[in-house]
Design a protein around this ligand. Structure first.
Ligand SMILES: NC(=O)c1ccc[n+]([C@@H]2O[C@H](COP(=O)([O-])OP(=O)(O)OC[C@H]3O[C@@H](n4cnc5c(N)ncnc54)[C@H](OP(=O)(O)O)[C@@H]3O)[C@@H](O)[C@H]2O)c1
Length: 224
């Protein structure tokens, strides 16, 4: 087991390690192997979702590697079609993951394109009942977030959105910051042109790969 001092950013219910392992499209044993290997290499932040259908694999890896529960940060997400069945879905996620609480629970998309304040109320209740440390959303616009805040008085702790050097948008980041929301960027490599000259120049200057440049940029708090 390798120990890495992973930097963390503060959330209302704890601290989120910068940089995590995503498990989208990992099934058939791949998620368990990837999570297990990542934890042994020092990753302390694992991102899954009900929709990924691999929570049980992630749970097996967490149980097998045996990292102290307080040292690992686990996120899962409610699919929009489970609106109205939030608590049942959360219970199923916790059972599959072999956990008694999540570190972060996200609404995966605005259900039907709407912000869903009643679902947000269910998230707040789950947090207040101790089943979830922090709650947030994913793929929400600032206008949709403002509707949630207007309806419930509480902003999400996190908005997980597509983000990469090519997407850099200081105004969008500032809008989240003003509302006390942490932007968690996904698909940094997929959304990057790994042949872009600026990235190639940065990689050559630091004697690293272009993918390493993208990941390093993505993890800088000033770009997050
Ligand atoms: N909330 C949401 O709606 C949402 C949506 C999407 C993703 N996510 C989360 O974000 C995670 C990551 O998303 P993602 O897989 O779309 O994006 P990503 O991590 O940016 O892209 C992964 C792809 O990058 C390529 N790659 C990996 N290492 C590389 C390297 N060293 N050099 C060059 N290319 C490399 C691989 O492509 P090849 O396989 O083609 O080589 C790999 O499949 C997901 O697993 C999920 O947890 C969330």
């Amino acid at each position: 087991m390798i120990h890495v001092d992973v930097p963390r950013l503060r959330l209302p219910g704890g601290a989120i390690p910068v940089g995590g392992l995503g498990t989208w499209q990992a099934g058939g044993g791949a998620a368990e192997r990837a999570v297990s290997t990542a934890l042994q290499l020092g990753y302390r932040h694992i991102d899954t979702a009900t929709m990924y259908r691999n929570e049980a694999e992630v749970g097996r890896a967490l149980a097998t590697v045996g990292i102290d529960r307080d040292d690992v940060f686990v996120t899962t997400k409610l699919p929009p079609e489970r609106v109205g069945r939030e608590r049942q879905t959360l219970t199923e996620s916790l059972v599959a993951l072999h956990l008694d609480h999540l570190d972060l629970w996200l609404i995966h998309w605005p259900p039907g394109g709407a912000p869903a304040p009643r679902t947000w109320d269910a998230f707040r209740a789950a947090r207040d009942d101790g089943l979830v440390r922090s709650i947030g959303v994913s793929n929400y616009s600032i206008a949709q977030i403002d509707e949630l805040i207007d309806a419930t008085g509480e902003a999400p702790a996190v908005n997980q959105i597509p983000y990469s050097p090519a997407d850099h948008d200081p105004e969008l980041l500032a809008a989240h910051r003003e509302r006390g929301i942490l932007v968690e960027g996904y698909s940094p490599l997929k959304r990057s042109n790994l042949r872009a000259p600026a990235l190639a120049d940065a990689a050559a200057a630091h004697d690293v790969t272009v993918a390493q440049v993208v990941i390093r940029w993505q993890g800088q708090p000033e770009s997050a």
